[in-house]
Ligand binder design. Structure first.
Ligand code: GAL
Length: 374
């Protein structure tokens, strides 16, 4: 499944949108560089993505590459199979090949300081993509979605679904957090736990497995390395076998869709089936398999982040940098990477439930109806 121009295998709607999106974006960018520009053709952009095994990064990479090549940039797009050393080597190669701009979605945001120091020594500009890069002054801009809001939306969804504000409960909750090396995972968990922890403390939410961080700072204690579905599945199976012989899970806080997929699989193997007894399960990214699960009542929601809008924003940043202008940012406070507060552009995430799939995901061309069996 790809969300890029030229592969409009998807329905006319999706292709049209991709075209209009791309055309609109280059029209927007035309405001700065007027489509293919001499400057663009002399500029090399290196794009480093974490892995192809997590669905969204394929969309991110392909869309951004298509946009930049459309504008005349020379683009190198690399995926690092979630291996930190491989990503460092890929970025080093981009630097050695004369990349002027690096767009990096880091695997481990704390591991890139040396290679970015070399990039800076060679006058490259560095944009952190979706995930912040930490512990270095050599990152210039950051473009992402409002990561804490993602978690807040998941926490509020649970609060609303269970009627927690009205004093309902107790309910059995099992919380999960993202990959311990991912800077975003901390923000996702903080957003959700700030909403849910008071209910854990009041007893309206109970965590039979005991995997309940006493504070946000302890989030890595329930982190799933690499955001792997299989690891989430076996963790959930362990919790079900050990703590749910005589009770039911009522709600699972899953920070993203790849984990939610494994969790739903574990529940299914343990005999849970969609219906009144099925737990509330959260997610993020609106991956295809999870969107099908939402339609089949095996997942309750996903926080959708339209990766095309992030690609469009980064393409605008690249244009501004090449034009010698300051890229547009809308947050110069939140993202302190330990060395500096990185000027950032935050985009809005949105909740998608069964009722929103058509209007949000199909009508916008993110999915073609046939992909979802609609
Ligand atoms: C996060 C990203 C999420 C999710 C996760 C696993 O950093 O913001 O959208 O995809 O990684 O890839």
């Amino acid at each position: 499944m790809r969300r890029t121009l030229g592969r409009a295998a998807a329905g006319f709607a999706a292709a049209t949108l991709a075209l209009t999106g791309l055309a609109a974006c280059s029209a927007e960018r035309e405001g700065t560089t007027g489509g293919e520009s001499a400057a663009a053709e002399e500029t090399i952009v290196g794009i480093a993505m974490p892995t192809r095994s997590l669905e969204r990064w394929n969309n991110d990479g392909d869309h951004l590459k298509a946009l930049l090549e459309e504008a005349g940039y020379k683009v190198s797009l690399q995926y690092a199979d979630n291996k930190v050393e491989q990503q460092i080597t890929q970025i080093q190669n981009m630097v050695n090949e004369g990349a002027d701009i690096l767009v990096v979605a880091s695997i481990d945001g704390t591991a890139l300081a040396p290679v970015l120091a070399d990039a800076k020594a060679k006058d490259a500009t560095v944009i952190a993509y979706d995930r912040l890069i930490n512990g270095t002054p050599d990152v210039d801009y950051y473009a992402t979605f409002d990561n804490e809001l993602v978690g807040t939306l998941q926490g509020q969804f649970i609060e609303e679904q269970l009627g927690l504000k009205d004093g309902e409960g107790p309910f059995n909750l099992e919380p999960f957090a993202g990959s311990p090396d991912d800077n975003n995972a901390k923000f996702f968990f903080k957003g959700a736990w700030d909403v849910l922890l008071p209910y854990v403390e009041s007893g309206q939410l109970v965590v039979p497995s005991g995997k309940s961080p006493a504070s946000v700072d302890e989030w890595t204690s329930i982190g799933i390395q690499g955001w792997e579905s299989a690891k989430a599945q076996s963790e959930m199976e362990n919790r079900l076998n050990s703590f749910y012989q005589d009770k039911k899970v009522n709600v699972v806080l899953s920070p993203n869709d790849s984990l939610a997929l494994g969790i739903a699989q574990a529940l299914e193997s343990a005999g849970y089936a969609p219906g009144a007894e099925y737990p509330v399960i959260t997610g993020q990214d609106a991956d295809l398999a999870n969107t099908k699960n939402i339609l089949a009542d095996k997942q309750s929601m996903s926080v959708w982040k339209d990766t095309r809008t992030l690609g469009n924003q980064v393409a605008k940043m690249v244009d501004s940098i090449v034009a010698g202008e300051e890229p547009e940012v809308n947050d110069t406070e939140t993202y302190d990477n330990g060395e500096k507060v990185v000027p950032s552009f935050l985009l809005e995430p949105q909740v998608v439930t069964k009722d929103d799939v058509e209007s949000a995901l199909v009508e916008s061309g993110f999915f073609d109806a046939s992909e979802l069996g609609l």
